[in-house]
Every structure is written in structure tokens, then in C-alpha cells.
Design a protein around this ligand. Structure first.
Ligand SMILES: [Mg+2]
Length: 109
């Protein structure tokens, strides 16, 4: 299996869900999954604020990525297609500097 493909990652996360029967044990409930994703985002933040090394940051980003793929499984949407649709959109957007940092957004107000 090509480990660089989204299909391979999706299959691996599906196998993880199947192994622990997430579908029938609450592991695919969206409110719970949002809490888990927030928890992992906090761990990513802690890596930065506590000066952890890059390997630890990569591990925490992987945790969040696995949860995102699992959320796509749980909510039954195509994250690969959503990713490419969104990339196409944001590549068309303007950027501007806000408080010394670049921001890419629709800037409607
Ligand atoms: Mg973690």
C-alpha cells in the first residue's frame, strides 16, 4: 500500500475504529470527537509554549490528523475531496497583514 496516499491513511484509521468498535461504543459521537480534537490541539499548543522538540510536535499533530480522518469516517464525509475543494478556494483568496502577521481570508465586513 502506498503510505503517501489518503486512501492508505483512511484505511488505517478505519482499521483502528474497527479494532475498538468505535461505531458502537461512542467513539464516533461528534461531540465527543470535538472534545478529543480540542484536547489534541491543546497538546500542540503546549509543545510550542513549553518548548518541546519537533518530534513531540509532529506526534501531537499526527494525533490531531488521525482524529480528523476519524471524524470524516464518523460523520461520513470525504475529507480528501473537502481538502482539495477548500485548497482551490483559499488559493483564490487575498491576503493582508494584520498586526504584523499575514492573514488569508475573505475579509468581508
Ligand atoms: Mg496527543
Amino acid at each position: 500500500m502506498n503510505r503517501d496516499s489518503y486512501q492508505a491513511m483512511l484505511a488505517a484509521v478505519q482499521a483502528f475504529h474497527d479494532k475498538h468498535d468505535f461505531r458502537n461504543t461512542g467513539g464516533e459521537e461528534l461531540v465527543y470527537r470535538v472534545a478529543l480534537m480540542a484536547e489534541e490541539l491543546g497538546e500542540i499548543a503546549a509543545c510550542v509554549t513549553k518548548g518541546k522538540d519537533r518530534d513531540k510536535l509532529a506526534e501531537e499533530c499526527a494525533d490531531l490528523f488521525i482524529l480528523l480522518i476519524g471524524t470524516a469516517i464518523s460523520a461520513d464525509f470525504d475529507l480528501n475531496r473537502a481538502f482539495w475543494d477548500k485548497m482551490e478556494k483559499i488559493m483564490q483568496r487575498e491576503s493582508k497583514m494584520v498586526d504584523g502577521r499575514i492573514r488569508v481570508s475573505e475579509f468581508r465586513d
